[in-house]
Design a protein around this ligand. Structure first.
Ligand code: 5GP
Ligand code: MN
Length: 341
């Protein structure tokens, strides 16, 4: 994949002098959001810029090992107003790994308080909104970390990728590709991965940190959800699962514990599409996954006010759990009726 030279030139011009930079990523930040933010921050700091990374809420605990993660400001826990101040004073606001301001929840309003900062998008989601001065939007890229690696390669060189940057970038590339298994992987991704590997990062350790560092409660919750909550319909090709607040309490739920559950029904041979509904205080989080040509980005946009990628998307429901599930089943029927499933 090539990043347009004109975009790199524009970025270079923007960063010619030391700037006050804010790097933002999305609510419920995942490995790609955190990894791309930290790596981009590190290289910018090294080139003399003042950088603050901000996310709307806390990341999952299994990302705690990522180098530099303690420097990220979590807006929800930011009582001293660091995030607000940094945004207000920023010359450039980078938006990484999301495509619309609605994915920032309450942070969106604070950003609007700074009308002079340049807004730059670095992202791989479909259908980005038009709120940016410079858009590095590449929906075919398998992760934002891959894009950041390419941008660093083009603007500086691969020599400037440190071990900690490589570790952070690897996390995002690995998690957003389902461990390098999705159709989004390309020969060029593996070229970049080999650059990261050559820095000496400990790939088995990273893998263990991300995939084998959960709590006991999470393992038991997983068994419960698959055994008791997975419903399969539409001739065995569509699944859904749900998780209420009461169930979360029973399994000592920590944020991030249900991450990845939605993928599991797709291990069943006939399965085409899977949904997970997770109760939050004011809404139900909807996670969708699909196989092949089934487009859950369209499904999420149409029925759950969301979006994402063709095979992995999400949205929100403001109905009760029961109504949400009924709505999902009805929408699946409609979607199938149009030949989309
Ligand atoms: P997940 O199911 O892992 O939360 O999200 C899967 C994909 O859907 C991610 O790429 C994410 O950016 C996108 N996504 C999740 N929730 C929302 C949402 O509420 N709105 C939009 N537009 N995209 C979402
Ligand atoms: Mn991503």
């Amino acid at each position: 994949m090539q990043i347009a030279k004109s975009k790199i030139d524009e970025l270079r011009a923007m960063l010619e002098n030391p700037r006050r930079v804010v790097i933002l990523s999305h609510t419920n930040p995942d490995g790609d959001a955190i990894g791309s933010s930290l790596a981009w921050a590190e290289v910018l700091k090294r080139h003399g810029h003042e950088v603050t990374c901000i996310v709307p809420n806390k990341y999952a605990y299994y990302l705690d090992f990522m180098p530099g993660i303690e420097s990220i400001v979590i807006h929800k826990c930011d009582e001293s107003g660091v995030a607000k101040r940094a945004i207000k004073e920023a010359d450039i606001i980078f938006c990484l790994d999301f495509h619309t301001m609605t994915r920032l929840d309450g942070l969106g309003d604070i950003i609007d308080s700074n009308q002079h900062a340049k807004r730059v998008l670095i992202d791989h989601h479909l259908d980005p909104s038009e709120d940016f001065d410079l858009m590095l939007s590449y929906p075919k890229a398998s992760s934002t970390c891959y894009l950041v690696a390419l941008i660093v390669e083009n603007m500086y060189d691969t020599e400037s990728i440190s071990v900690s940057m490589a570790e952070n970038l690897f996390v995002g590339m690995m998690t957003d590709t389902g461990n390098f298994a999705f159709s989004s992987v390309t020969p060029d991704l593996f070229r970049i991965v080999s650059v990261l590997a050559a820095t000496g990062i400990d790939i088995p350790a990273i893998h263990n940190n991300v995939y084998n560092s959960f709590s006991e409660g999470r393992a038991r919750l997983f068994g419960y959800v698959i055994n008791r909550k997975m419903r399969i319909f539409h001739n065995g090709t569509v699944a859904h699962m749900s998780l209420t607040e009461d169930e979360m309490r029973r399994f000592w739920f920590q944020q991030g514990d249900s991450e990845g559950f939605v993928n599991y029904p797709l291990t069943i041979k006939k399965m085409k599409m899977s949904a997970m509904f997770t109760q939050h205080t004011d809404f139900i989080r909807v996670s969708l996954r699909s196989r092949g040509d089934i487009d859950v980005n369209i499904f999420a946009q149409r029925y759950f006010n969301g979006g994402g990628h063709k095979n992995a998307a999400g949205g929100k429901s403001f109905m009760t759990m029961e109504e949400t599930i009924k709505h999902y089943e009805k929408c699946v029927k409609e979607f199938a009726g149009e030949g989309m499933l």
